[in-house]
Write a protein that binds this ligand. Structure first.
Ligand SMILES: [Zn+2]
Length: 258
C-alpha cells in the first residue's frame, strides 16, 4: 500500500504535530508557510485536512488540527494516516485541565507517562508492542528522544502524568479526586490512546501540554490571558525542539504490519 500511495505524495515530511490547542492562524507562521494540504482516507474514517509547513532552517512538518470535539477523529485513523504520509515522529500538543494543585493556568508540561481512561479501541489488534532491545530496560510510554528534546527546548516545562478521558465533557470533582489519587497531574482528551497506537505502529510519540483550566475540585480564578501568552511562547520554541530531536536517534519499534 505504501508504494502505491507514495506516487501521489509530492510533498513529504516525517514529522506530524497534532495540534489540540487554539492558536491564531497567523501565529502558525512560526512553523513556516503552508506548502501543501492533504486529506487521507483510512479504514477508520477520513483524516484531515493536514497542512504541510516548512519550518525555517528546520524540517517540514505536517500539522493536523486536533480537538476533543464530538466529531473527534478516530485515534486509529490519525495514526494510520500518519503512517500513510510516511510520518516517523509525532508530537501531540494538548490543552489540559490541571489536577495537581501546583500547576497554574498557562503551565507548560511534557508527558512522562499516561493513564488511559478512554473506552474506544486502543489497539490495531496487532500483537502487543515489542519490548525495547534492552530486556532490562523498563517499558516506556513515550519516545525518549522526542520527550528529551521537548524538555531541552522547554526547560520551564513540568514533567507530568496525563490521564486521557473521552469527551467532550468536563471531569467531575469526584473523578478529579480519583485521578489525583492515581498519580495523574492533568486530564485531557487528545493524546491517548494515540500514544499507544503510535507505539504499536513504531512511530515515535511525545506529548506536550498547556494547562488551560483548573480541575473541578480546585478553587477557580478568572483567566488573565496567561494561556494565550504561554501558547505563543511554546510555539516559538517548537522549531528548536524539532532541530534537537532531528540530531538524535532512538530505538522505538512497532509491530503493526501494514
Ligand atoms: Zn523514538
Amino acid at each position: 500500500m505504501e508504494s502505491k500511495i507514495s506516487q501521489f505524495v509530492v510533498d513529504q515530511a516525517d514529522w506530524l504535530i497534532l495540534l489540540a490547542v487554539l492558536l491564531p492562524p497567523a501565529a502558525m507562521n512560526e512553523l513556516g508557510v503552508v506548502a501543501a494540504e492533504r486529506t487521507i482516507e483510512t479504514p477508520f474514517g477520513m483524516v484531515g485536512p493536514l497542512a504541510l509547513r516548512r519550518v525555517p532552517q528546520g524540517p517540514s512538518v505536517w500539522i493536523m488540527p486536533y480537538t476533543g470535539a464530538a466529531t473527534r477523529t478516530d485515534p486509529r485513523a490519525t495514526i494510520y494516516a500518519a503512517h500513510v504520509l510516511g510520518v516517523r515522529q509525532i508530537v501531540a500538543w494538548d490543552t489540559v485541565i490541571a489536577l495537581n494543585p501546583v500547576l497554574p493556568r498557562g503551565q507548560v508540561a511534557v508527558m512522562a507517562d499516561y493513564i488511559d481512561f478512554t473506552r474506544g479501541p486502543g489497539s490495531f489488534d496487532g500483537v502487543p508492542p515489542s519490548l525495547p532491545p534492552d530486556p532490562e530496560a523498563p517499558l516506556r510510554a513515550v519516545c525518549p528522544r522526542l520527550t528529551g528534546a521537548l524538555r531541552q527546548a522547554l526547560p520551564f516545562a513540568a514533567e507530568i502524568v496525563y490521564v486521557g478521558i473521552d469527551g467532550p465533557r468536563r471531569e467531575t470533582a469526584a473523578e478529579a479526586r480519583i485521578f489525583r489519587q492515581w498519580g495523574a497531574d492533568v486530564v485531557g482528551q487528545n493524546m491517548v490512546p494515540e500514544a499507544a497506537l503510535a507505539q504499536e505502529a513504531g512511530i515515535c510519540f511525545a506529548g506536550l501540554m498547556t494547562v488551560a483550566e483548573l480541575s473541578a475540585e480546585r478553587s477557580q480564578t478568572p483567566p488573565r490571558g496567561e494561556v494565550r501568552a504561554s501558547l505563543e511562547a511554546t510555539l516559538s520554541l517548537l522549531p528548536t525542539m524539532l532541530s534537537i530531536a532531528s540530531a538524535e536517534t532512538c530505538d522505538c519499534l512497532g509491530t503493526v504490519a501494514w
